[in-house]
Design a protein around this ligand. Structure first.
Ligand code: IVH
Length: 693
């Protein structure tokens, strides 16, 4: 039976509401869970509008189970963003015993520990799920969020509340504010059952328990999450209102006392040998566990030492993940495709006969570059051994030459770009072959646009890879600034976006609102979004921290064009992480007129916030400091790291440009030089007082 709103009366309104709600939920499931929508967005929007209208007329129908009330109301808007009070970082990896020894040694050196001084690490299994932070206020679970990019995550409170392991209330005695960090995962058994059900219902199956857990948490309808058997292990803290422990060991104890699930297979280790014994035991237990591990994690046990060690880029110095070895499988190489990256690099990608490698179906592997193809001697049709380790892109390890039939064909690396036909050249000393097409090359343009809107850059929700490509093909987008002109352009488009296949009024509106939400952006994201060669996230942040504002950076780089004798050139090179190669790429980017045009157009569309990193408030930000002699309360390396985090430039030698020389015991020539030049000399204690404000 079909209804129209005109037929609705108080008698049948409830039935219509129920039917509509059920229908909307079904489409949500198809769209979000199965990635297989049955109706166009426009039809979906119409259903939602009808439901909303119905609830306006009969407000008593707007119950909390209604799709209008569920998380993120309109699905295309997704989840609310949450800024983490304490960033959620990643871990640096070690793979071998040697790497592990280096890690232990680095920590000792940084802390300045003597050989006989004990250094304990907490060793924990590394759960292969997705990280999550739980915020308890006055003992009540108020908010849960995903890690996201580490700075901002997505709010998933309603979904997390459906996970039975996670208490909604903490017993008395817990701090007023307690943020618990841990891993959400799905057991292997539940994963197998879920996939059987998915397959039986004709829905796509998940590649592994991790994906299944992530897919289940990112459901806009929390009743779907509730039906998925998810679990949680707590492994650490975020923001807390009071210190609760002196060691990581005690943190885990406390979490357990507060009825949060904590993995039992942890241990305290003090030597590389003990750590290796722990690692081997966990590796061996892996086969009998009902959940996936991808390694073990070692964390310096003492929290005061963790504080001193601090962070490098996005990972703590006080922890390391010891990854399990790569898993291997044998398959057939069906072909080699060439991908063109946003900087024009031609990358060969192996197309493989799909094969299961340690629970993940692999059908592509990287071949890096043409030398790699020659070195490995791969031919199309070869039987190859492939491996994957953690999140790393699968690789071809070697060819099984005894399996050759003679039908295999060698691969000739193209000397023209497959995307635009321009010649692809390999510069002296470089391994990569690069397309010379620049902006006329659609692959580069599309890849640049994709990078520009990607999560760590402008993070424009609803503007996925396919849409970028489609808009590019249709001439709606050529360069990044066009994104911000899209809404205006749409007024003159025939047909407008709303009438395109797969689009509707609501989805177009959502797209424009997520674009408009990004008209303000932090300096570091903006720099990263430009996709300059070798300027990744960490370097972008360093540049932002150095120049502070976009105007400074632009002026600095334009002035530096005039050559090495310019102060701004030396200034650029003084930035940590910016060597000759990176500075050359930055200068080339700013030298090209079409890039400057793109920047000018972007400056009209977006407001770039000055860098807001912690160092801006520091009284010593921007100062140049030289450390000399033996310091008492910290090692020189530690002093340098702390100073850098405060926005200080640490120099190796004293000059007129030096603001302070911090002297420890036995400082020699640098102290003398400072006296000669009249540079201010500080004791270690005076420096601490000054820098710590
Ligand atoms: S500690 C600042 N401990 O591994 C360090 N992480 O590769 C925060 N993970 O994002 C992480 N088990 O999702 C820590 N016992 C454990 C862990 C663990 C799994 C995940 C976590 C993190 C990722 C880093």
């Amino acid at each position: 039976m079909t209804y129209s709103l005109f037929d609705i009366n108080p008698e049948n309104a409830r039935a219509r509401h129920e039917a509509l709600a059920a229908e909307i939920r079904r489409h949500d499931t198809l769209y979000y869970q199965a990635d297989a929508p049955e109706i166009a967005d426009a039809q979906y929007d119409a259903l939602r509008q009808e439901l909303e209208e119905l609830e306006r007329r009969y407000p008593e129908l707007a119950v909390k189970e209604s799709p209008t009330q569920s998380v993120g109301a309109a699905p295309a808007q997704g989840f609310r963003k949450i800024r983490h009070a304490v960033p959620m970082l990643s871990l640096s990896n070690v793979f071998t015993t040697e790497d592990l020894g280096d890690f232990f040694e680095r920590v000792r050196r940084f802390l300045g520990l003597k050989e006989e001084e004990p250094l304990e690490f907490m060793a924990e299994p590394k759960i292969d799920g997705l990280s999550c932070t739980l915020r308890y206020e006055n003992g009540i679970l108020l908010q849960a969020a995903t890690r996201g990019d580490g700075v901002e995550g997505e709010e998933i409170t309603a979904n997390v509340k459906t996970i039975r392991d996670i208490p909604h209330r903490l017993p008395p005695g817990a701090p007023v504010l307690l943020e618990v960090r841990g891993e959400i995962y799905m057991s292997r058994k539940s994963f197998a059952v879920l996939n059987e059900n998915q397959a039986a219902a004709g829905k796509p199956v998940f590649a592994n328990p991790r994906n299944a857990a992530a897919g289940s948490v990112r459901q806009l309808d929390s009743s779907i999450t509730a039906a998925r058997p998810l679990h949680f292990f707590a492994y650490g803290l975020g923001e807390v209102s009071q210190e609760i422990a002196d060691t990581q060991f005690q943190i885990l104890q406390k979490l357990k006392d507060w009825s949060l699930p904590v993995n039992e297979s942890t241990d305290v280790v003090a030597t590389v040998e003990q750590a290796m014994r722990y690692y081997t035991a966990i590796l061996e237990s892996r086969a009998v566990l009902d959940y996936d591990l991808d390694g073990v994690v070692y964390k310096v046990n003492r929290l005061d030492w963790q504080d001193r060690l601090g962070f490098v880029s996005r990972a703590p110095r006080w922890a390391a993940a010891h990854k399990f070895p790569a898993e291997q499988a044998v398959t057939i190489l069906r072909g080699i495709d060439i991908q063109v990256g946003r900087t024009g690099t031609l990358t060969p990608v192996a197309r493989l006969e799909p094969v299961n490698v340690g629970g993940v179906i692999v059908s592509n592997a990287t071949l890096h570059n043409e030398d790699e193809i020659n070195r490995k001697g791969v031919r199309i049709g070869d039987t190859v051994v492939i491996q994957r380790a953690g999140d790393v892109i699968p690789q071809i390890v070697r060819v099984l030459t005894d399996k050759r039939t003679g039908a295999e064909t060698p691969f000739v690396f193209p000397d023209h770009c497959p995307a635009c036909g321009s010649s692809a050249i390999r510069a002296e000393g470089e391994v990569a072959r690069r397309c010379t097409g620049g902006l006329i090359c659609p692959a580069q343009a599309v890849e640049r646009l994709r990078h520009f809107v990607s999560r760590l850059a402008f993070d424009i929700e609803g503007m996925g890879s396919k849409i970028v490509e489609e808009f590019y093909q249709d001439g709606l987008l050529r360069s990044p600034a066009d994104i911000f002109a899209l809404e205006f352009l749409n007024q003159t488009l025939v047909p407008p976006l709303e009438e395109r296949e797969g689009w509707g009024r609501q989805s177009v509106r959502n797209l424009f609102s997520s674009i408009n939400a990004r008209r303000r952006i932090s300096l570091e994201r903006f720099i990263y979004a430009l996709g300059i060669r070798q300027v990744g996230e960490a370097t972008a942040r360093r540049l932002a921290a150095h120049y502070k504002t976009w105007e400074n950076l632009r002026e600095g780089l334009l002035n530096a064009q005039s050559g090495p004798e310019m102060a701004s050139y030396r200034d650029l090179l003084s930035i940590e992480d910016v060597g000759l190669a990176v500075s050359a790429d930055l200068l080339v980017f700013f030298a090209e007129e079409h890039n400057r045009d793109v920047l000018a157009a972007l400056e009209k569309e977006v407001a770039i916030d000055p860098y807001e990193g912690a160092d801006l408030d520091s009284p010593v930000a921007g100062k140049t400091v030289v450390f000399t002699g033996t310091l008492e309360t910290m090692t020189r390396q530690e002093a340098k790291a702390r100073a850098l985090a405060l926005g200080v430039k640490v120099a190796g030698s004293v000059s007129k440009a030096t603001d302070y020389v911090v002297v420890g015991a036995d400082s020699g020539s640098k102290l003398k030089k400072a006296q000669e030049l009249g540079v201010e000399i500080l004791s270690e204690a005076a420096w601490r007082t000054l820098s710590e404000g």
